[in-house]
Structure formats: C-alpha cells, structure tokens
Design a protein around this ligand. Structure first.
Ligand SMILES: *[C@@H]1O[C@H](CO)[C@@H](O)[C@H](O)[C@H]1NC(C)=O
Ligand SMILES: *[C@@H]1O[C@H](CO)[C@@H](O)[C@H](O)[C@H]1NC(C)=O
Length: 678
C-alpha cells in the first residue's frame, strides 16, 4: 500500500517537473541535428542514446533544468546549415542557445518565435543581411544577445527597445548602418557596437558606456566620444528617429526659449508682431510629433531649423529681464532659497538634454555662478488658466520640507510651461536601485533603505496635509520621481500636478492612476498615493522593478501579487533582497514587519488601506524598532556603513520623471551655452 502511494506520488512529481513528454525532446534534437551540416561533433545525439535529460544518457552540449532541455551550448563545433527553429519551438524549457564560432551563414534564424529565450549567442559566424525591424518586439525575456563578428547590415532593429530585460547587447564587428536606437532599459550593463558603420548622436541612455564600445564607427558623435555633434552629424542622427531624441530635444527647448526671448524682445518694440512671431518662431514642438516628422523626412534637418531661428534669436540678446513680473514669457521666481535668477542668465547656462518623461522633457543647465538647475518643459499642463496656474505654482514654491524638492521658478506660456528646480546630482532612486551597480547602489544597505522609506513617507504625509485640497496630492509617486540627496535623503519631485495636467493625459502619465480603484471604477482618492507608497516600500525591500512601472511592456516583477502571496503564506522574508540582510540579520523581523506594512498599503480594497498619515505612522513605528534594536546590538556594521556612504557621495546622475533611468557619466565640462547655439 505504502509502496503504491509512493509510486503514485513519484509519478505525480515527475509530471510536475517534466512538463513535456521527454521522449519528444530526443526527437526534437534529432530534427535539429538533421537541419545542420557538418554535425559530426554531435555523434552523441543519436536515437540509441536514450532521452536527453535522463541520468543515464549524455547528449553533448545539452543542459537540462527540471527534466527538460534548458540550454544548447554548441559553440565552436564547425557547424553550418539552416537551423530548424520550428523544432526548437517544441522545447518549452529552452532558455539559452549558443552557436558562437561556427560556420553558419545567411539571414538570422527566426529566433523571434522563441519568446521565452533569455540568451542568444551567435557571435563569430557569417550571418548576414538585415534583421527585421520588429524582430525583438516580443523579446521581453531576452537578457543576453550576442551577434558580434558576423556580417549583419542595415539598421539596428528599433524593436530592441522592447527587450526590456536586456543585460548584455553585443553587436560589434558587423556592417550595421544608421543611428543607434534609444535603449533606456536600466538593466543594460554590457554593451558594444564598435566596428560598424553607425552614425549620429549617441543616445543619452547609452552614454554611460566606455567610449571603446562605440569605437570604429566614423559617423557617431557626442559623449562618451570626443567629437561633438554639430550640423550634419546631428541631422544625420535625426533621421534615425529616437536616437536623435536627446539632441533634437535640446534643440527644441533652445528654439522654444529662443522663441520666447525673441518674442519678448519684439513685444517691447512692436507688440503688433506678438502672435505672428509666436506662431512662427516656435517649432511645432510636440516631441513625438517632431520626431515622427524627422523620421519621415530626414532631409528636413534640425540645423536648418536652427539657422532659420538664428536671425530672430540674435536680436533678443540678453535684454530680457526675468523677476516677478507676471507678463507672459518671463521667468517667475516662487522660491528664492537658491537665490534669484533671470531668463537671460538661464539662456547663457551650459545646457545638456536629460531626456523625455511622460509629461514633457527636461534639461540640465549650469549657470555661470555654479548653480545647476533642471528645466522641465511640460507639454500637457494646460488645464487651467494663467491665474490659477500662478496660484498653484506659488503654493508649490512655498512648500518646505526636508523630503520635498521645492519648485524654484516657472515660465508660463499658453501651451507650454517651464518648471525650474534645483539639479540633484546623485539622480533618482529608480536609477540607483536598479541601474548599473556602482558605489551608490552599494550604499543601499538596510539602514539606508529604511531612511529612504521613512523620508518618502514623511514627505508624503507633509504633502497630504499641505495639499489636502488636491484629490491626489502627489499623484505621481514612483521611484523615478524620488531623487536622492548627498546623504541618500529622499526628495520628492513632480507632485501636486493633478489640477494642472490635461485630464486625458493625467490618466496616462500619472502613476497614481495605476491604483486598483482608479483602474477598476475610476474612483479618485488620496489613497491612490498610499498605494504608490506601498509599491515603493516593496520595491526597496525586494530590490525588484515593479512591473507596474513598465506600462504595457512586459517585464519587471508583479510585486502586488508576490507580496500578497508571501504574506498569506506567512513567509514575508522570501521577498526581501538578500543584499539588505547582509550584516543586519538581527533586523530581519523588522524587515518582515515592513513587508506587512507594504502589503497593507497596496490593499486592493482602498477602504482597508490606511490613509497617508496612518501609513507614515506605521512606517515610523517599524523604523524606530529597527533602530532601537541596532543601538542595543551596537551593530558592528554601522562603521562600515558610514564609510560606504561617504564613498558613495561622488556626484553623477540625472533626475526627474522618466529621466532618472538614464544618466550621463560626464558632466558637461565645456559644453555649449544656449547662446552658442543661437
Ligand atoms: C575603457 O576602455 C579602455 C580601453 O578598452 C580602458 O583602457 C579603460 O580602462 C576603460 N575605461 C573604463 C572606465 O572602463
Ligand atoms: C568593444 O569591442 C571592441 C572590439 O570590437 C573591444 O576592443 C572593446 O574593448 C570593447 N569595449 C567594450 C566596452 O566592451
């Protein structure tokens, strides 16, 4: 009897771990072998050799996981022929395929059918031809892609931007032409496109890589390479669409500012020209639209647009005064904590494009006096009239809390608004937590993460009391909108915008709109912010990117579901990033408590979710317990922690909505001033 049960149980387990009929896998591999020529090296792949993933047989180059074929390692075996990808599609466990250094030729095999593949290595063959532009459209699981040293040509497929999990991308030693697509995935750690025929500016998301990764492409320009993008190079880049985004963006902002100044100057002389010049000088401006236009008409160059505006820009010179005037086209200071500045000084600042967020685009401006600012151009903030807008701006400028980055100044125009705040060098929490693992990431140990969680909660509680007339006081809390100060104190940005943003746009770009009650029955409430806080708490505890951040693209971790299941099973520790338990094992209990608090904050039933004040109180309670315990223990790791923190204070990085993910390694040493461009 017991035996029968054991056998039944055993077969049940076998069924569980081996999702495919194993006999099939032998057949599949034999089909694959049959599609290859020169397969002498695969003599162990034979019908007489049992099944690939059993204990008794060994099929060369085949590794298994849970009883199914998981990877094929067939590098350097002299193989050629046409790879039977349809056969491979019958291996549901297949995650990795390596065919490096063989003699394959012809177009890239249709690996795009194998959606679950995590690694593709086909370097060192003679593959050639163009790779279809949509090849990677469903490659959300792909982590490693090595196509180096083949003979691929044509553009680098733009669908690579959909490979959101990409860690390694190697395209060096091919004949790729055109621009490099923007690849903003924060996971990308190893990248090389050297020795191709690429051209145009290097997208800001890729500037962090070593110059050698771009070497041997005569047409590439911009950091980290020495040659500056000018005129034709910038225009050549523009034809490749998104790769030109950074430069295009900068130019657009400059043109917008130039237009503003020109208009302001003209108004002084002849107010009759006002409307005409506004229409004329300011480009069509919507970035997406502009990019599309440029992609369609590569011959319409940005430099031509600059030239066109030059005459108009020059005249303006620096006669425009900023200050408190409420006239259009003037900078209005709403917070003087960093001193006051005027538009003309901002115009002379060394400028660098930072990127394009959901609501607009941003650039960094280094003023002559050393003050560094972030200027955000908001395209979708046209919900209210000028007076209401001013009232809101002044209100935001008055906010003062150690965890809230204040607005310093704004510039109002009917269709565009510029919002100006201080530049925070370290960059966003999103970038530091999930980006390339530098010193700043190493400093994100448990006490630091706890400090960040606490600071965010306190800043949020402050916003909820100060902006309590706004239905969702922050409205866009996510790790990209949390900047980290020199001591890793969090600073909230992009709050209080809900009354200002065009309604249709709010639901698309503001993260609070991902809360379950809004998604399900459009019920707006301050508790949407509490939900977002819960997501950040869990993001910090787990070290994982929430899939909610990634919009419609697949990837990331479903933190809500994971948290709910570990809490239900009473195993909250299983969600905790092992990195933060190092040296702080004695506080695992408090970490677990914090997971439970996070779970309450993301309760799908908003009535059970605490309000912000209560949320901050619970977080504070757990944090105090953890600190109390650390003091009792006289934890040895405290000293280490401090030295790490000190080391981590080298400035680098960018900030802001959606911009946080990218960061440029080099600050603009001798970058152009805005006036240089005009
Ligand atoms: C960049 O690459 C060059 C040459 O390959 C190397 O000497 C240098 O150390 C690299 N720099 C960094 C920061 O990795
Ligand atoms: C990129 O590849 C080239 C070879 O084509 C190599 O010399 C260089 O060091 C590589 N750089 C990086 C950063 O991988």
């Amino acid at each position: 009897m017991a035996m029968a049960v054991a056998i039944a149980l055993f077969s049940f387990l076998v069924l569980l771990v081996a999702p495919v009929a194993v006999a099939d896998e032998a057949e599949v591999l034999l089909l694959l072998k049959a599609s290859l020529t020169n397969a002498n090296a695969l003599s162990s792949w034979s019908p007489g050799n049992g099944v690939p993933c059993s204990h008794t047989s060994s099929w060369d180059g085949v590794t298994c996981d849970a009883g199914a074929v998981a990877s094929l390692r067939l590098a350097g075996l002299g193989l050629s022929g046409s790879i039977d990808v349809n056969a491979l599609a019958r291996l549901p466990g297949l995650r990795s395929i390596s065919l490096d250094d063989n003699s394959f030729s012809g177009p890239i095999p249709p690996f795009s059918r194998l959606h679950a593949l995590k690694s593709i290595y086909i370097s060192g063959n003679s593959f050639s031809g163009q790779i279809p532009d949509d090849f990677f459209i469903a490659a959300s699981h792909l982590k490693k892609l090595w196509l180096s040293n083949n003979a691929f040509e044509g553009s680098i497929p733009s669908s690579l931007s959909k490979a959101v999990s990409l860690i390694e991308l190697h395209l060096e030693g091919n004949h790729f032409t055109g621009g490099i697509p923007n690849l903003p995935m924060p996971t990308l750690a190893s990248f090389n496109v050297s020795k191709n025929q690429l051209s145009g500016p290097i997208p800001s998301s890729l500037r962090k890589f070593n110059a050698s990764a771009f070497a041997g492409n005569v047409g590439l320009c911009g950091p980290p390479l020495e040659n500056i993008c000018v005129g034709a190079a910038a225009a050549a880049g523009a034809s490749s669409g998104s790769s030109a985004a950074a430069v295009g963006l900068l130019l657009v902002i400059i043109l917008a500012l130039g237009g503003v100044m020109a208009v302001a100057a003209k108004r002084r002389n002849n107010s009759g020209f006002k409307t005409l010049s506004l229409e004329h000088v300011t480009p069509g401006i919507d970035m997406a639209e502009r990019r599309e236009r440029e992609a369609q008409q590569p011959e319409v160059t940005t430099s031509a647009a600059v030239a066109e505006s030059t005459g108009k820009g020059k005249r303006s010179s620096s006669s425009v005064k900023g200050g408190r005037g409420s006239g259009e086209n003037e900078l209005v200071m709403v917070n003087e904590a960093k001193g006051t500045f005027v538009l003309s000084n901002l115009m002379k600042a060394a400028a660098e494009a930072m990127g394009n967020g959901g609501m607009g685009s941003a650039y960094k401006a280094v003023m002559a006096n050393g003050l560094t600012l972030v200027v955000k151009r908001m395209n979708e903030m046209n919900r209210v009239g000028k007076e209401t807008f001013e009232v809101e701006m002044r209100r935001l400028g008055r906010l003062s809390h150690p965890n809230v980055l204040p607005l310093l100044a704004y510039l109002y125009r009917k269709d565009k608004k510029l919002l100006i705040s201080e530049y925070i060098p370290k960059g966003s929490l999103l970038y530091i937590l999930h980006g390339d693992r530098g010193k700043d990431h190493a400093a994100l140990n448990w006490p630091t993460r706890l400090k960040i969680i606490r600071g965010i909660a306190q800043g949020m509680a402050f916003l909820h009391s100060e902006l309590n007339f706004i239905v969702i006081p922050h409205g866009n809390l996510k790790s990209a909108n949390v900047l980290l100060g020199p001591d890793f104190d969090p600073l909230l940005v992009d709050y209080g915008f809900l009354p200002l943003v065009n309604p249709s746009h709010a639901s698309q770009t503001m993260f609070a709109f991902k809360s379950p009650e809004i998604l399900v029955n459009r019920h707006l409430s301050p508790k949407a912010d509490v939900y977002c806080l819960g997501i950040i708490v869990l993001e910090l505890l787990s070290g994982k990117i929430p899939s909610l951040y990634l919009n419609d693209t697949k990837g990331g971790t479903d933190l809500e579901r994971w948290t709910n299941s570990v809490v239900a099973e009473n195993i909250p520790w299983s969600i905790i990033d092992p990195f933060i338990t190092q040296g702080f094992k004695s506080e695992v209990f408090e970490m677990e408590q914090m997971v439970r608090v996070g779970a309450e904050l993301i309760d799908a039933d908003m009535d059970r979710r605490p309000d912000m004040k209560e949320a901050a109180r619970r977080i504070e309670e757990v944090a105090e317990k953890a600190e109390g315990r650390r003091k009792e223990d006289g934890s040895a790791s405290a000293g280490l922690n401090e030295s790490l923190m000190r080391e981590a204070q080298t400035p680098a990085g960018l900030s802001g909505d959606g911009v946080g993910v990218r960061r440029t390694a080099n600050t603009p040493k001798r970058s152009k001033s805005i006036e240089d461009y005009l």
